[in-house]
Design a protein around this ligand. Structure first.
Ligand code: SOE
Length: 383
């Protein structure tokens, strides 16, 4: 694994526990953790359960005891690390968004395609696909239970940077993160909308805003929280704080998206509602074990949204954990992600979402930025 901050910690938890809950064709061994700072990487490896440490990721991908590279760094290094690892014959799991630019994502998707010919697998870590309720939503749509999809309403609402004194962490710097709320959390709802409906976005019209332009400088951040810089020093926020956009789906339906870190009171409200000719689905990550379903084929007197508590053994992923009714949390989505990845490696299949899927999300993000820079002009997404 490269990187050990928030994503590195939650991925470590997944690698550590997945084998205890799922029957896997291959067993993960947590071999090496890589990070630039010698002390901090050693401390993280000891805490998270990695056997060895490399301070240069290039050394990590040379090692014979490494078969899989898990990229948990900020977006500015995804392309270089992932491509080098694939070329070295290592399977790659890469954090989202896949890259900071479409050009990087294209290079990564091309490297993944070349590697796949040699049986080397790659996957981008859109973990919310692996929330049991989201996977169940996908199942309902695929089974035709919703009929024709007319609307998708997707939101990702957080509030962790409302305070103007919150420091300029890497997620607020374009050179490191690529974009702001758009890439960090908007990418999740674009992927989730495309995954649940099985359709692609064909074009968008967008608005973005940066509400707080200057922030105190941060110490190097270990996740979302960060220490303050020298008193009084500030730096410029170079990304969006919020993005709102509409889009058309390949099946003809209409979609709307809102990604913001300024929705006071909303902590991790990743929400999606889908309306079809035969029914509707609604999900909110803040109640992640629930999926709401309206069956429009029922008599009007009986129909209405009802809550499905997605903890039954027949529900996606749920049966591997606790008896029905004992819900799951954020970390489980990552266990499901590495489980699916290891199964694909063991069974010799290509896992999803692929780097090509990651590239398609990147193309949507880029279209959103272009539209927002051109007074919301309608911007097609390359298909
Ligand atoms: C921060 O906005 C963040 O940690 C994202 O980077 C993650 O992808 C999301 O799961 C939670 O929020």
């Amino acid at each position: 694994m490269v990187g050990y901050a928030f994503m590195g910690r939650v991925h470590s938890q997944a690698w550590r526990s997945v084998g205890a809950f799922f029957d896997l064709p291959v067993a993960p061994v947590m071999a090496v953790l890589s990070g630039r700072s010698e002390d901090r990487t050693a401390a993280a490896a000891a805490q998270l359960g990695w056997a060895a440490v490399e301070n240069d990721w290039k050394e990590l991908i040379k090692r014979d005891d490494v078969d899989i590279v898990d990229v948990c760094t900020p977006g500015d290094s995804h392309a270089e690390i992932a491509i080098a690892a694939l070329e070295a014959g290592k399977h790659v799991l890469c954090e989202k968004p896949l890259a900071n630019t479409v050009a990087e994502a294209e290079a990564m998707a091309a490297a993944a395609e070349r590697a796949a010919e040699r049986g080397v697998r790659s996957m981008v870590a859109f973990n919310y696909r692996r929330v049991p309720a989201v996977a169940l939503a996908r199942r309902f749509v695929a089974e035709g239970r919703l009929g024709e999809i007319r609307h998708v309403r997707a939101q990702y609402l957080q509030d962790w940077i409302v305070d103007p004194e919150f420091p300029l962490v890497w997620r607020l710097q374009r050179d490191k993160a690529g974009s702001g709320a758009l890439g960090d959390i908007g990418s999740h709802i674009v992927d989730t909308a495309q995954f649940v409906t099985g359709q692609k976005l064909t074009g968008v019209s967008a608005l973005t805003a940066t509400f707080i332009g200057e922030r105190p400088l941060a110490e190097e951040s270990a996740g979302l929280a960060a220490g303050a810089g020298e008193a009084g020093d500030t730096g410029t926020v170079t990304v969006d704080d919020a993005a709102v956009f509409i889009g058309r789906l390949s099946g003809g339906g209409l979609a709307s998206f809102e990604a913001t870190r300024f929705a006071t009171g909303r902590k991790n409200a990743m929400r999606i509602e889908v309306n079809g000719s035969l029914g509707s689905l609604s999900f909110d990550f803040e109640a992640m074990n629930e999926l709401w379903f309206h069956d429009h084929t029922l008599p009007a007197e009986e129909a209405g949204f009802r809550r499905i508590y997605v903890t039954e053994s027949g529900h996606p992923y749920a049966g591997a954990w606790w008896p029905p009714g004992h819900g799951l949390g954020y970390e489980h989505t990552f266990s499901h992600e590495v489980k699916d990845f290891l199964e694909a490696i063991g069974n010799g299949t290509d896992p999803e979402p692929s780097f090509a899927d990651g590239l398609r999300v990147q193309q949507v993000l880029s279209a959103v930025e272009q539209s927002a820079a051109n007074e919301s002009r309608w911007t097609p997404v390359p298909q």
